[in-house]
Design a protein around this ligand. Structure first.
Ligand SMILES: NC(=O)c1ccc[n+]([C@@H]2O[C@H](COP(=O)([O-])OP(=O)(O)OC[C@H]3O[C@@H](n4cnc5c(N)ncnc54)[C@H](O)[C@@H]3O)[C@@H](O)[C@H]2O)c1
Ligand SMILES: O=C(O)C(=O)C[C@]1(C(=O)O)C=C[C@@H](O)C=C1
Length: 360
């Protein structure tokens, strides 16, 4: 059996995409998982997928993960805190400040609650879309607050590390402003871009290449979920959209007369700004397009990186470049190994067979 930090059992409330993915990931590390959902069908599907067992009287979970839609998250968390007075509770909703405020307002025992949010997901919901490795190598924010002790919050850290994600600590409002920029506004932009395709001629759509697919994948996301997310984070999302309106106006003006003196330079400056911005996304620094990057999780133990490098050598794959993403105090680092594209699959498979956890 694989080692885990959590002892369990872990109760997962909401057996949809996120909840069932958490449950599958924990099961793969041998942790007992108890499943609950307003939909008995979702629980039954998740059980069939091997994600855990149905809740039973007398359950005593160590940790509860609430993975329900944002608009019911605070009330479900409050009910779980009341029903299980010895458990630590987290939720995975995409917006954080409003939930903590609602719990405090309702007088819930927030000394056992700390919200969190994995920056990992898919455009499809429900248990059938779940994947055990959904969180591997992804950031998972813990929305820190003062009412919970460091020791109690440790159970959430263990959950995140057991699922192979990277723990990031932020205040709830820092988190909400951050995700407005890197998740919520991109969803809006993808949606309005794809909306243009509704009336487009078939001949134009027949020219679809990879670029448009890259920037519109999330336009297929569930409107019900996103109405809730955008409504709960409206102010920061709106501020960024207002700035985009100015960006669009500059482009529109520059293209009104593209041969006018200075017009080409203005367009070029806007595009170059995009180059500079995209370079700042983690994982994009210095990426050499001749190579494929295999990302391997490395435990923060003496000798682990050396063991990984030795095993890459034994497998007989030439390491073209190596980058280590590691922050002091974190228990897992990510080794980004650049190899020739034709060697990437073999390296991934053989490292996985030797027990290494591959993050991407
Ligand atoms: N989809 C993503 O990419 C993503 C990523 C990160 C976080 N999240 C967050 O995770 C949460 C769940 O999202 P999802 O994509 O898994 O949705 P989902 O629709 O796949 O799953 C939600 C589940 O909650 C159940 N549910 C609804 N109301 C309930 C209630 N009152 N009590 C018990 N169960 C209830 C539903 O039956 C469903 O099975 C949301 O808060 C969302 O913001 C989603
Ligand atoms: O569909 C995906 O790829 C996602 O990761 C979705 C995504 C994101 O924007 O990163 C969307 C909302 C969630 O709150 C977290 C993750």
């Amino acid at each position: 059996m694989t080692e885990s930090r959590l002892i369990g059992p872990v109760r997962v409330v909401g057996a949809g995409l996120l909840g069932t993915s958490v449950a599958l990931g924990l099961r793969s590390r041998g942790i007992e998982v108890i499943l609950a959902d307003a939909s008995p069908t979702h629980v039954a599907i998740a059980v069939d997928l091997g994600a855990g067992r149905v809740a039973a009287p007398g359950d005593a979970p160590q940790l509860i993960v609430v993975a329900v839609p944002p608009d019911v998250t605070a009330s479900v968390v409050a009910a779980e805190l009341a029903e299980f007075p010895d458990a630590i509770v987290t939720d995975v909703a995409s917006v954080k400040a409003g939930i903590l405020d609602a719990l405090r307002g309702a007088g819930a025992d927030v000394s056992r609650y700390i919200g969190s949010h994995p920056l990992a997901g898919r455009e499809r919901g429900g248990p059938l879309a779940a994947r055990a490795d959904l969180f591997a190598g992804r950031p998972w924010v813990v929305a820190a607050h003062d009412a919970i002790t460091y020791q109690r919050a440790g159970a959430i850290d263990d959950l995140i590390l057991d699922l192979g994600a990277t723990l990031v600590e932020m205040t709830p409002s820092e988190h909400d402003r951050g995700v407005a920029l890197i998740s919520h506004v991109p969803q809006v932009v993808a949606s309005i871009m794809a909306r243009r395709f509704i009336d487009a001629p078939n001949a134009a759509l027949g020219l679809t290449g990879q670029g448009v697919r890259d920037v519109t994948r999330i336009a297929a996301s569930d409107p019900d979920l996103w109405v809730q997310i955008l409504g709960a984070n409206a102010t920061p999302v709106r501020d960024i959209l207002l700035a985009y309106r100015d960006d669009l106006d500059r482009f529109i003006d520059a293209l009104a007369d593209p041969t006018a003196p200075g017009a080409r330079r203005r367009v070029a400056e806007e595009l170059a700004g995009g180059n500079t911005g995209v370079e700042r996304l983690p994982g994009k620094h210095g990426t050499d397009k001749r190579f494929t990057i295999v990302v391997v999780m490395v435990e923060d133990r003496p000798g682990e990186l050396a063991r990984l490098l030795a095993e890459v050598g034994e497998i007989g794959v030439n390491l073209e470049d190596l980058r280590l993403e590691h922050s002091p105090g974190r228990q897992v680092g990510l080794a980004e190994i650049s190899v020739l594209p034709e060697a990437a699959d073999r390296l991934t498979n053989e490292l996985a067979e030797r027990g290494w956890r591959i993050a991407g």
